[in-house]
Design a protein around this ligand. Structure first.
Ligand code: NAI
Length: 295
């Protein structure tokens, strides 16, 4: 008999198809989680080279997750990769994980919502951009919900879920159910640019970078103080490297422009690192040197 992945709401997730748009850090993380839990994935990006790299990354992440016992011991589901957004038409849920640039997200979500059947949940994995702002660009705002997965998503159990003003109860319950199937817990918040985590975390990382820029302390000392004195598992600058400094600057820009929060104006040191291509772990170098490209 065919193996099924049945959720507490009774949905058979082996018959589900999760479309993931954007095959970067988070798209590959979310795909890894779904595949490892038996949910088939269609992964979309703009070019074939990115998708080929994403296949390798997902294989590595699946291997690592299995090694540390972060995924169940079960056959992996099928991964389809494509550069054609039209291939998401048969998806049961869609996760948008493209760059943190509002106009790009609006465009992708508008196209995605016109391609899928009514009743298909549209999930935006955004760091900061308001769900209500995005809802203005989709065909059925009640079907849009936000998730804010952490990186690496198969290691971190909790997901921040964002309910837009128009998000329906059924869609909110459905996304909670999907996250449970993916072995995640979730906490739901109301919409607000930056949400809970990044309204707290992003100004912290920016200020940490500013302290280094001003010569108050070195990278290692800033992180060492937050880890040693405040019990943070990972210091802010190492966290920035893990997020990706390019993505961090885009998110800070959203917070600065939309909230007028001066502590979110990306500092010169961050901008310089991004200009030089030192984006953190994913490029092998950021505040720290990783020696090789890691994801
Ligand atoms: P990334 O830069 O690693 O990947 C983004 C991908 O989107 C790239 O491969 C790019 O080619 C693709 N893309 C851009 N426009 C596209 C389009 N029109 N159609 C299809 N693909 C397109 O970015 P990352 O870090 O994966 O971030 C994705 C989203 O997740 C962002 O909104 C980010 O703020 C959010 N996020 C990031 C976290 C992190 O730790 N990096 C954590 C939680 C959320």
């Amino acid at each position: 008999a065919r193996r099924t992945v049945r959720s507490t709401m009774g949905t058979d997730y082996t018959a589900h198809r999760l479309a993931v748009i954007g095959a970067g850090v988070m798209g590959t993380n979310i795909s890894t989680l779904a595949l490892g839990h038996g949910v088939p994935v269609t992964l979309v990006d703009l070019d074939d080279a990115v998708l080929a790299q994403a296949r390798t990354t997902i294989r590595q992440k699946l291997r690592h997750a299995a090694l540390v016992g972060a995924l169940p011991d079960r056959p992996q589901a099928e991964l389809t990769t494509t550069t054609s957004l039209a291939d998401i038409a048969d998806a049961t849920s869609v996760v948008e994980a493209v760059v943190e640039i509002a106009e790009t997200k609006y465009k992708v979500l508008a196209e995605a919502s016109s391609l899928v059947r009514p009743g298909t949940t549209l999930i935006s994995n955004t760091s900061c951009i308001s769900i209500d702002e995005m809802a203005a660009h989709v065909a059925r705002p009640e079907e849009l919900v936000g998730t804010h997965f952490m990186n690496p998503s198969y290691m971190i159990k909790m997901v921040e879920v964002i309910r837009g003003s128009a998000t329906s109860d059924a869609v909110l319950a459905g996304v909670g159910d999907l996250l449970t199937v993916l072995g995640r817990q979730s906490l739901v918040i109301n919409d607000s640019t930056g949400f809970v985590i990044n309204r707290l975390l992003h100004p912290l990382i920016n200020t940490a970078a500013m302290l280094v820029q001003e010569g108050v302390a070195s990278v290692e000392v800033v992180d060492g103080l937050l880890e040693g004195c405040l019990g943070h598992a990972t210091g802010p600058l190492r966290t920035g490297d893990l997020i990706g400094l390019d993505n961090l600057v885009d998110s800070l820009q959203v917070l600065y422009e939309r909230r007028g929060d001066e502590s979110c104006k990306p500092c010169d040191l961050l901008l310089e690192k991004v200009r030089e291509g030192h984006h953190g772990r994913k490029t092998g170098r950021g505040f720290y040197d990783y020696g090789k490209v890691a994801s």
